[in-house]
Design a protein around this ligand. Structure first.
Ligand SMILES: [Fe+2]
Length: 183
């Protein structure tokens, strides 16, 4: 069986240089998100979640990054499901929830929507729009609620053209250490 870490590296190598509606490649975006999580002092599992949060865009069902063509390909759930064979919920749940976290923050945090990138504002509508009050109350009860908000804020801030990061290789040890025990 192919090692999941090798598969992650292959996905980044194959699709990471692609755009996704922002000014930087999706690989740089994910690396910047991980760097942001580290700079916030987030737990290692959240750093891994930030690093892998958009991996759903790389998976075969996605084919190509399509959310900005008006179709949300459910990359959050897709990525979390794919990763769940190798990583536990500390990693996968914030990934699964990171789009809902945007919809939540748009509903509860004044000024949040305005600071989103153009692409992220554009995708909000196809992702379900701003949460209703009922939806925010339900979302706040999710076990991974706090972790999802951290990953979301790292996602939002990881889109800087001028910011340099470590490469993916530098995270190999952390990724390997974060695999759940049956791997
Ligand atoms: Fe992202």
């Amino acid at each position: 069986m192919t090692n999941v870490i090798d598969e992650i590296f292959e996905l980044f190598a194959r699709y990471g240089s692609g755009g996704y509606g922002e000014d930087i490649s999706i690989e740089r975006h994910m690396l910047q998100s991980a760097t942001m999580a580290e700079s916030l002092g987030a737990p290692e599992k959240i750093v891994v979640a930030a690093l892998l949060h958009d991996i759903g865009h790389f998976l075969p069902a996605a084919g190509e990054v399509s959310v900005h063509k008006g179709r949300d390909i459910e990359h959050a759930g897709l990525g979390a499901a794919w990763l769940s064979r190798a990583f536990d919920e500390d990693v996968t749940a914030p990934i699964a929830l990171h789009v809902r976290a945007k919809r939540y923050l748009c509903a509860v945090e004044p000024g949040y929507f305005e600071q989103l990138s153009d692409a992220s504002r554009l995708s909000l509508a196809v992702q379900g729009g701003v949460m209703s009050v009922d939806e925010t109350e339900a979302f706040a009860k999710e076990p991974a609620f706090e972790a999802a908000l951290i990953v979301r804020r790292c996602d939002d801030r990881g889109k800087e053209v001028s910011t340099q990061t470590q490469d993916l290789e530098s995270y190999r040890g952390l990724l390997t250490a974060s695999l759940h025990q049956r791997n």
